[in-house]
Design a protein around this ligand. Structure first.
Ligand code: PRP
Ligand code: URA
Length: 219
């Protein structure tokens, strides 16, 4: 199951991955009683399942392979050109699950946190492979709320030369999808759920709370 028709109409660059396993795990993730260990495992598993869908159109190379009987031509993902870029901290929870599918992907990092008063992102770290123009980037962050962090992360990647960028999150607010797709219409946004709205403090409703705090047991 993919994007519901009303969301697809409002947000052409949004893909909602509604696979039953993803929805099942997301429900447990949202539950306030879910503790850090299980929360971390679920973020990892959902990221892996979403990556399976979000990589469906990855470029392939031809590869000759010797079976026990003869040589044939096979395909292989141009995995070395794939780069995962978690937004610190919460995006880190999505990396290992995706690397299990694409072990040769490179991993960059973007350090951003959202100022509690202004809700605007504050930059503190940026490191991606130097040949950014030749790579396919997946920016990872469980939460797309106001969209400030995502817009800033994508802009930093573009300044570094990246041209092929996708954004993978678990829960998105309409406000964030609107802001990210207005600023970067070329970026496909994948989420497991398009939630209702943001509250006055910039939290997604119904959401799952503070993803970074729940992942790392801080608060
Ligand atoms: C959270 C989340 C996103 C950001 C989303 O991070 O992981 O990065 O907020 O909000 P936005 O769309 O309104 O920018 P946070 O700033 O809490 O930092 P953390 O990951 O270090 O907890
Ligand atoms: N960041 C989070 O971790 N959760 C929200 O609901 C919004 C921003």
């Amino acid at each position: 199951m993919t994007t519901p028709p009303d969301a697809a109409e409002r947000f052409p660059s949004l893909v909602v991955i509604r696979h039953p396993l993803v929805q099942h795990k997301l429900t447990i993730l949202r539950d306030r009683r879910t503790q850090t260990k299980i929360f971390k495992e679920l973020v990892d598993e959902i990221a892996m399942l979403m990556a399976y869908e979000a990589t469906a159109d990855l470029p392939l190379d031809n590869l000759a392979v010797d079976t026990p009987l003869e040589q044939t031509m096979g395909k292989q993902v141009s995995g070395k050109k794939l780069t995962l870029v978690p937004i610190l901290r919460a995006g880190l929870g999505m990396v290992e699950g995706i690397l299990r599918l694409v072990p040769s992907a490179r991993v960059g990092h973007i350090g951003l946190y959202r100022d509690h008063d202004t809700l605007e992102p504050v930059d503190y770290y940026f490191k991606v492979p130097s040949d950014a123009a030749e790579r396919d980037f997946f920016v990872l962050d469980p939460m797309l709320a106001t969209g400030g962090s995502a817009v800033s992360a994508v802009a930093s990647l573009k300044r570094a030369g990246a041209t092929r960028i996708r954004f993978l999150c678990l829960v998105a607010a309409p406000e964030g999808v609107r802001r990210l797709s207005a600023a970067h219409p070329d970026v496909t946004i994948y989420c497991a759920s398009l939630d209702r709205e943001l509250n006055a403090q910039g939290y997604i409703l119904p959401g799952l709370g503070d993803a970074g705090d729940r992942l790392f047991g801080t608060r």
